[in-house]
Every structure is written in structure tokens, then in C-alpha cells.
Ligand binder design. Structure first.
Ligand code: MN
Ligand code: MN
Length: 456
């Protein structure tokens, strides 16, 4: 019953392919640390592979490659199939938001000779992991005149970085008696931005000097922070991990590793029988809410637009299309960690290197909030994996009653389509640096390709 290590199946040529594919992935997560950056990058890759914006098509027919973008934070890439779209779409769905620290709207203040910024963290984090390490600022400032300024500070070797301080160990006797959740409080995650005072100012000298710098360098005024999105993320690139370079350590594997592999699976596919799609969504880490989350009507509307460009649109065709669709909710799973075995039930755990992981259900405390996939559907997928010699495993997210995880699976499941969570096991999930196995990245990419080609 137990899954097998994928490295053992690879010959020398295979290992080269695994390594090469992961170079592309490492570049993706090193360059893309916000939803917007992921969408821009994905659009460029899609265009390079012959995909065109949906607005450029009056009519769509079999073989057409088309993409749609929502508010700069979602992208969906479709390949139109030979069969009627009413038979359903084969969908890969991943999320491109990752846990991070956002600046508040009124962020800037000066205290004791430093200019600092107030923050509100995004998603589930162990707050103590995000301090005393190099951080970068990625984001946009939307000006009143309609212009948008892109900001990335802390990624170039010559860039400065920003930082959240920690109390020195010498004085931490009291701090270290607190529980892990309270060692660093949310309101103490304030980012240090500057320390040189402005000689001409009476008060707030350092903050004023910083504002002058922001104005000179980026044309940003303090009021502009109100209509900005600044995301504080770990600075630096993804790195090979292990002396054998078998793993990748980087920020945002959850869920950009499944986003990249799902996207590449669609981009590297031609001539599908059923219309196929990869969709990248936002806001999974905070409940898939809002216009750019998986609960948004945008994806449904986009499918309606596509149907309308293929045939005489009516509501029933749309409903048939969605109900008859199959989806992999491409999202990461908890990797079995040899240092924390007591959190896992071994035979229902995902092991790094053993391939793509299917979670029939996630959820917590009695499967609450999960999408419990149909066994009939799992049988179809199992056959496709075996037929294509893909290493796969099934797992739960740790021991019963210890916690649990979210998903977008149930949201698409609400449309009555078959959905299952399928992704790559991760160590240190939601930490500033997470870990995946290169073999799993490659197996997932091949699994996604086989799925969109063969599921019916
Ligand atoms: Mn996720
Ligand atoms: Mn997550």
C-alpha cells in the first residue's frame, strides 16, 4: 500500500529533467512574491506559448489557447477542446497568495530615532518566525490620478532590506516564559524602515527624512499609503537544499509550487479532447473571500464568456459545463517531518519525494470545512496516475484532532463538480522559508498534465 520514492525510479536523464524543471520553478518563486507578480509572470509565460487574451477573440474553436485576467490578481488559461464544452472542463486550480505581513493603511510613525511601519499579518503565521531576518517590500501604490507605481525593495543585491527587531536574549527571561503564540504579539510586528533624521524638521525628523526619500525615489506621498498594498515578504531567492540538491527552500511554496506546476501543465499541452484550464486564485489563506478569491463569480463568468464565443449561449449550457467538469484543487499538503513525528499518523502521511499527494479531505475536528472527494472520482484519477507511471500518495493533514487546513476544493465542489485536493508535500509550511522535494514538483507537473489530457 505504501507509496514509493520517485528518485529511485529516475535514471540519469530523468534526474536532469527534474533538475531543469525545478530551475524554472526556482526563478518563478524568486521573482514572484505577490499575487500581482505571479499573474504578470504567468501572463508572459502564457503569451510565449501562444496563448492570447480572451478580448482578442470574437469566436473560439478547438485548439485555441486563451487566457483571462481578473483585476491583476487572477489568471485562467484555457485550451479549447474538440468535444462540446457542455461535456465539462478539466480544471487545475491553485492559489497564488501566501502568508506574509501587510502594511497597515496608516502605517508610518517615528519612535526613539527610528521610522517604523505598523503591520497586520496575512494568513496563518508563527509570528516569531518572521523577526530578525531580511525582509523585502513588494507592492503597488495607486495614485489619485489613476497611475499605479510598482514597488520592489530588498531583492537586488544592492538594495537595502527591512527588518523586524527581536529582544536580545540577555534580557529575554520574561519574554521566554510566554507561550509561542504570545512571544511576539501581532502589534509588535512593526518594520524598521529608516534611522537618519531630517535636519530641517522640528519633530518626526526621521519619518520626514523617509517621506522625502519616498517622494524623491518613488513619487509616493504619505497619503498615498491609504490606496496602496505593501506586502512584507522574506527577501532573497529560492535555494537548492541538501548537499544532493534534492530539495528547494524558498518563500511561498504554499501554493505557488502547485500554481507553477499547474500553469506549466496547461502551457505544455496541445490538442485536448475536453476543454482544459488552469486557474490561479487569490485570498485562499484568508478564506477565499472577495472579488479575487475562489468564491468570486469571476471564474463562472469567464466560462460563460467562453461559451458565448463558442456557441449560442444559454444558462443551461453553462450549468451543464460546470457540473460536468473535473477539478484538481492543486494545493500543498503537510510533509511528514522526521523531527515532529508525533504530529502525524505515519501511514496516512505525505512523504517528501514520494510524489503528488491526494487529500480526499482536509478540514479539522471531524473533517469540518472539507471537500470529501467521491471514491468513484478517485478511482478514475488513480488509473490515470498508474497508466502514466506517476508517483502518488494519499494523505491526511496530520493527526486527527491536532488541527487542519483550508482548501478551495469545496467552493468548486458547491457547483456539483468532482474536485479533490492534489499537490506537493511541504515541510515548515507557512514559515518564511518552506521546503519541497524537486521530485514531487516534477511528479506533480506530470500528474497535472496527465489529468487534463485523460480525465473524462
Ligand atoms: Mn495552500
Ligand atoms: Mn496555506
Amino acid at each position: 500500500m505504501y507509496s514509493k520514492n520517485a528518485w529511485e525510479k529516475y535514471n540519469e536523464k530523468d534526474v536532469k529533467k527534474v533538475m531543469t524543471f525545478n530551475e524554472g520553478y526556482k526563478k518563478f518563486i524568486s521573482d514572484c512574491k505577490t499575487e500581482r507578480e505571479c499573474v504578470k509572470y504567468a501572463e508572459k509565460l502564457a503569451k510565449d506559448k501562444g496563448f492570447k487574451n480572451i478580448n482578442e477573440f470574437n469566436k473560439l474553436q478547438a485548439g485555441d489557447k486563451v487566457y483571462a485576467i481578473n483585476k491583476g490578481k487572477n489568471i485562467a488559461c484555457f485550451i479549447i477542446g474538440k468535444e462540446s464544452i457542455e461535456n465539462g472542463i478539466n480544471i487545475l486550480g491553485a492559489h497564488i497568495d501566501s502568508p506574509r505581513i501587510d502594511l497597515k493603511q496608516n502605517a508610518l510613525y517615528e519612535k526613539d530615532g527610528f521610522a517604523l511601519a505598523d503591520t497586520h499579518y496575512y494568513g496563518g503565521i508563527k509570528k516569531y518566525q518572521w523577526i530578525a531576518r531580511p525582509l523585502a517590500i513588494h507592492g503597488v501604490v495607486c495614485k489619485k490620478d489613476g497611475s499605479i507605481i510598482d514597488v520592489v525593495i530588498g531583492e537586488d543585491d544592492n538594495d537595502p532590506i527591512v527588518y523586524i527587531t527581536d529582544l536580545l536574549i540577555h534580557l529575554s527571561q520574561e519574554q521566554l516564559t510566554k507561550s509561542g503564540a504570545k512571544v511576539i504579539e501581532g502589534e509588535d510586528l512593526d518594520v524598521t524602515l529608516a534611522a537618519i533624521p531630517d535636519k530641517d524638521s522640528e519633530k518626526d525628523k526621521v519619518k520626514n527624512a523617509l517621506l522625502k526619500l519616498l517622494k524623491d525615489k518613488y513619487d509616493i506621498d504619505e497619503e498615498d499609503f491609504v490606496s496602496s498594498e505593501f506586502e512584507i515578504v522574506p527577501a532573497g531567492i529560492a535555494r537548492d537544499l541538501g548537499l544532493d540538491k534534492s530539495m528547494v527552500m524558498g518563500y511561498g511554496h504554499d501554493d505557488r509550487v502547485c500554481a507553477y506546476t499547474s500553469l506549466m501543465a496547461i502551457l505544455d499541452t496541445e490538442n485536448v479532447a475536453r476543454t482544459s484550464c488552469a486557474i490561479l486564485v487569490d485570498k485562499e489563506e484568508i478564506g477565499s473571500v472577495g472579488a479575487t478569491g475562489a468564491q468570486s463569480k469571476w471564474f463562472e463568468n469567464t466560462i460563460a464568456e467562453i461559451i458565448n464565443k463558442m456557441t449560442n449561449y444559454n444558462d443551461l449550457i453553462l450549468r451543464h459545463t460546470i457540473t460536468n467538469s473535473y477539478m484538481l484543487s492543486s494545493d500543498v499538503s503537510a510533509g511528514y517531518d522526521p523531527l515532529y513525528t508525533s504530529a502525524f499518523e505515519r501511514k496516512n502521511s505525505a512523504f517528501l519525494g514520494n510524489g503528488i499527494t491526494f487529500n480526499k479531505y482536509t478540514g479539522s475536528r471531524g473533517k469540518s470545512g472539507c471537500n470529501d472527494a467521491m471514491p468513484e472520482y478517485i478511482a478514475k484519477i488513480r488509473k490515470i496516475m498508474d497508466d502514466n507511471n506517476i508517483n502518488f500518495q494519499t494523505a491526511e493533514l496530520g493527526k486527527v484532532d491536532l488541527g487542519g487546513g483550508g482548501t478551495i476544493a469545496y467552493i468548486l465542489g458547491n457547483y456539483n463538480m468532482n474536485v479533490i485536493d492534489a499537490g506537493i508535500p511541504v515541510l515548515s509550511m507557512h514559515a518564511p522559508s518552506e521546503v519541497v522535494s524537486k521530485a514531487d514538483v516534477y511528479e506533480a507537473y506530470n500528474a497535472y498534465k496527465a489529468f487534463i489530457k485523460e480525465i473524462k
